[in-house]
Structures are given as structure tokens and as C-alpha cells.
Design a protein around this ligand. Sequence first.
Ligand SMILES: [Zn+2]
Ligand SMILES: [Zn+2]
Length: 430
Amino acid sequence: MEKIQKPRGTQDILPSEQKYWDFVVKTFERKIKAEGFSRIETPIFEYKEVFERPLGSQTDIVEKQMFSVGRKTDDNVEREDRYNELILRPEYTASIMRAYLETGMGSIPQPIKLYYYGPLFRYERPQKGRLRQFNQIGFEIIGDASPSCDALVIYSTYRLLKSLRLSRFIKIEINSLGCKTCRKEITQKLIEYFSSFRAKLCDDCKRRLQTNPRRILDCKEIGCKKIAEGSPETIDLACETCKKHFRETLENLEILKVPYELNTKLVRGLDYYTRTAFEVKIIDDAGAGSIGGGGRYDGLSERLGGGNSSAIGVALGTERIIELIKEKEISVPEVAGPQMILIQLGPKAKARALELYDVLLKKGFRVFIASGKESLKAQLRLADKKEIRFALILGEREVFENSIIIKDLEKNSQSTVLLKKLFGKLKKII
Ligand SMILES: [Zn+2]
Ligand SMILES: [Zn+2]
């Protein structure tokens, strides 16, 4: 029969890969908890509107990347039809804001600091570095509109990348996108500018001129890039309040000693960003690779039917971080494997081995057992494969004598000890 394969755009994260995941997620969690953030986890799927309303119907995510998992579910017959389409979450922020509004987090003392990690889904054409199921780590601060909060989010991001030993290989680019008041005007000025070059823009950008003109700043086509270079700077067009906010954010970044670069052409893929936006880019990467980014999204709450809540956050791609760690050959801690293998030979020894296995684990030793294997050779081969140094061997004779053989597989030496002296002996040699 034909073997079944995994779906396109997914991956198996095998045991040999887990040390990277452990390193990234545990480092992240340790750092972010120390700053007073608490973990939130939202459902893997949500009503479509949770993403459609905040992201805007013109974004790639909503237009083509939604992973629909069902319509018109029975338990929601009382809801309007348009609510009934369920979507595998393509990002966390909208879900977290939905949860914030739904559970009344707004009525407890602000700001609320939340972090998350987990899988997300986008129906993209799979290619290198782009999966249909991928992972992010990230955090949000809701209920703080101050520029120092913007600087702190970027600071925490930088602090994390430093602990992951990646700060040398990345740069943080920052821009201001304007607010509710000045956004429209900025966009209008950009439309005017790009319209005068319409004929020279690529087909995608011609379309963007109508749907999402800011994305032209982001286009990878050389022709469009050249035109974008001469475009008006968003921060020059922004209102005075936005300018002041941005200036103070940068001042605070200097106080916090976070290196950054201004990039006045920086835009974010998602529609709900206001004011500060930033991206973590890989230095010297020809493809302008990025491991993630974030920004302020003061308008998101209102788009989800809430009041006016200011918020800012960041999301980093876990796979991209791991890729960079491997590429730069950063050593990550090995996950502690078993210290010993417990080998049993014969039925009586098998029973005694199970008893002993339980005691050894309870005493805190890390023990590997293959109770289905019969021969000494087969069990020793396993120890070798798993790079286990010590073997505890129980044969019929040892059971009879209440003893056990301790074999040092590295030194190829062995000794027999009485079972009652085993733990003391193990503590000495391990
Ligand atoms: Zn403004
Ligand atoms: Zn273009």
C-alpha cells in the first residue's frame, strides 16, 4: 500500500530538532515572564470576522490565505450566516484582542501584558521559509498609549534576541505610519505621488494603487523600488501628535540603549497598525529576510466592536529564528538524555528490572529501558545509539544474589554491587 505523506506546507519536528525549539521557547518564556507578562492561549480557530474586520478585506491574508475549516456549524444556528465561517488563526493579535474584549480584561488595572507561542495557519504557496502551518512567539501590551511603551516593546524584543545570541545578526528598523487622523492624508499623498508614475509600476502595484497604496513602498520589483525611493516620507506627512510620539519613542530607545535604524519606507503587511511600526531584519541577507516585527495597533479594538484601547505588540517567526540559529551555528543546550540503560536478561530479571526502574526514576535518575528486548547485545546496541554511558545489567544470577552489574561503556569496565549499595555507588560515579 502507498505510504501516506504529510500535507503540503507542513513539517514534522523530529526529536533531533527539539533542542532548538526548547531553547527558543524556554528562553523567550523566561525573559518575558521576568518582565511581568502572562501567557495567553486562544482557540486555534475563530470566526472569520475576528480577522476580516481588523486586517481589512484587501490584505493578502484575508484575500487568499485564510484557512477555512467549516461553515454553518450546527451549534451556531442562531447566529447570522456570515459569522459561521471558521478560520484557522492566521495570527494571534486579533484573537488576543477579541479575548481581551470578550473576557473584560479592560476593566482590570491596565496595562495588560500578555505573551504567546503556538502554531498559526496561512494558505500560502509553500516555499523555503514559508509554511502553511508555522509558529510564532510574541507579546502584546494593551492599555498603554505612551511612547515609552513603544520603546519598551522594542527593548524587550531586542533583549530576547540578545539572549538567543542573535543580536549581532539582526537590525531593528523603525517607522511611524501615522494615526487615525493623519493616516488617510498620508495615503492620499502617496496615491498622488504614485499615480504620476502609474505606467511604470508593476501590475501588482497598479492594483495596490487602488487597494493598498502603502504596500507599493514594500514592492520587491526594481522599477517600483526606484519610484518608491522618491516618495514622500510618511513621518513628514504625519500630524504633530504623531511626530511628537515618534520623536519620544526614539529618545526612549536611546535611553534603553537599543540600536535601531530609521526606515521611512517601512510598512507592515497588516492593516491595523498605527504609529510605531518596526521590523527585525537579518543583516546581510540578500532577500531582505526578516524574522518578524510589530507595532502599535490602537485602532484594532474598535474594529472588533470594543472601545478605544491602545495596544502594541510584536510577533517573531519561531522557524525563522531557529533557521538563523542553525545558520550562525549558535550552540544550544543539549536536552539531558538518559544517564543509564537498565538491561534485563531472563524472565525473573525482567520483573526485578521493572521494580528497579520505578525506584531509580523516583530517586531522580534518568533511565532508559527496552523491556521488549531479550539479548544483551541488542540492549547494548541501543545504549550505544543513544550515547548512554552506563549500563545496569540484571541477569538471573544477579537476581538470585540481590546484586547488579554496573558497566561503564565508555571505559569498558564493570563491577558487581549489591542492590542495597547501588544508589550510593551511582551517585558517586554519575
Ligand atoms: Zn497622526
Ligand atoms: Zn511593484
